[in-house]
Write a protein that binds this ligand. Structure first.
Ligand SMILES: [Zn+2]
Length: 130
């Protein structure tokens, strides 16, 4: 399954990032996935659940930001949304010579680590005015 290899690559990259930041857990992972990236969001969710088991990401919130596709016709410069499934023929000239401006993204958009716990310092603070 294509989505599983993506999920494994994401988990490995985030795990390495967490270690480099001395974090012992990951709170949040955000991915940006374009409409034309060829990734099924539900399948990716499921693959992520499998791939992160036993890693620093095991309790992380996983969110996928979908990026709408935008393509531009090369000859007449019309920009249009190709729809689902994508129709890459220009609505104005019927030409198929298009440039993809957005929608191929498959990237890490953000990673959140737990905030450091300062609880101990607060508990041992002196109480003034006694
Ligand atoms: Zn055109």
């Amino acid at each position: 399954m294509h989505e599983l290899s993506i999920a494994i690559a994401v988990v490995e990259a985030v795990d390495e990032l967490a270690r480099r930041h001395d974090a012992d857990a990951v709170d949040e992972v955000r991915l940006r996935v374009g409409e034309l990236a060829g990734v099924e969001p539900d399948a990716l969710d499921f693959a992520f659940e499998v791939a992160r088991e036993g890693t620093l990401l095991s309790t992380a919130r996983f969110t996928v930001e979908r990026v709408a596709a935008v393509v531009r016709c090369a000859p007449c410069a019309v920009e249009f949304h190709p729809g689902t499934p994508p129709n890459l023929l220009c609505p104005q000239c019927d030409g198929g010579s298009v440039e993809v401006l957005a929608g191929r993204e498959l990237e890490l958009a953000g990673v959140g680590f737990p905030a450091p716990d300062h609880h101990d310092e607060e508990v041992t603070a002196d109480v003034p005015g006694r």
